[in-house]
Design a protein around this ligand. Structure first.
Ligand code: ATP
Length: 218
């Protein structure tokens, strides 16, 4: 079975996470996707919400989608002060699950572009496959040379290869374009016309019940 982890800050989770992931599962035949919230994002400011609040929103978001579960390994208290480096998480996963199980890590095209800033980025495929979801505004005909060379070495279009190899491949998925970001939601939280359609109703309700992102409490 191909295990798929989908890492992120999820501050908050939105349909730009959920819809491409649902489509990806359909496209390559995934029976489960584990959302992997980070405690301390290495590449962006620390969220204003608490870890518990982001986790609560994830739980509400996935309640109606049996595809998703949540992997809380990056939230463990012993990791309290350390950025959640994906490579370290993948190593820990391998220690638990062995070298032979197939593992994939899901990311959007924006994350792929920033990959050369990630810790030990070229080693990521030593531990997993990378599944890349489309994201509006981030499609690139070519990448900067180190990244392009590395992609050329690892890219596959063969879905069976992803299932039958434990790691080592990069797959560009044909997922739908969803022009949604958590930033847009945080910045426009008191504009229901704009935001309400961008995330699950239960998450929207939680945000307002708890006054997150300086929203008006209801
Ligand atoms: P922010 O606006 O705060 O930077 P975000 O909306 O990009 O947040 P994250 O939780 O940081 O959300 O993203 C987690 C993962 O989901 C990343 O790999 C990112 O590329 C991907 N992702 C987020 N939004 C989309 C989207 N609209 N389409 C495709 N992928 C997305």
């Amino acid at each position: 079975m191909l295990t798929a982890l989908f890492g992120g800050t999820f501050d908050p989770i939105h349909y730009g996470h959920l819809r491409p992931a649902l489509a990806l599962a359909e496209e390559i035949g995934l029976s489960n996707i584990s959302l992997l919230p980070n405690r301390i994002p290495p590449h962006k400011p620390q969220p204003g919400t608490t870890t518990e609040q982001r986790l609560a929103m994830l739980k509400l978001a996935i309640a109606d989608y049996p595809l998703f579960t949540i992997d809380t390994r990056e939230l463990q208290p012993q990791l309290m002060d350390q950025p959640s480096f994906t490579i370290d998480t993948l190593k820990a996963w391998r220690e638990q699950n062995g070298a032979q199980s197939a593992l994939a890590f899901i990311m959007g095209q924006d994350s792929l572009l920033s990959l050369p800033t990630w810790k030990e980025w070229q080693k990521l495929v030593d531990y997993c496959h990378l599944l890349i979801c489309k994201r509006p505004g981030y499609a690139q005909p070519t990448f900067e040379s180190n990244l392009q060379t590395w992609i050329n070495q690892h890219q596959t279009n063969d879905i069976q290869t992803l299932h039958h190899s434990p790691n080592g491949y990069i797959y560009f998925a044909n997922t739908p374009l969803e022009a949604i970001s958590a930033t847009e939601i945080r910045q426009n939280i008191d504009d229901p016309q704009r935001c309400k359609k961008l995330l699950p109703p239960k998450v929207w309700q939680y945000i307002h019940e708890h006054g997150l992102y300086n929203s008006k409490k209801c």
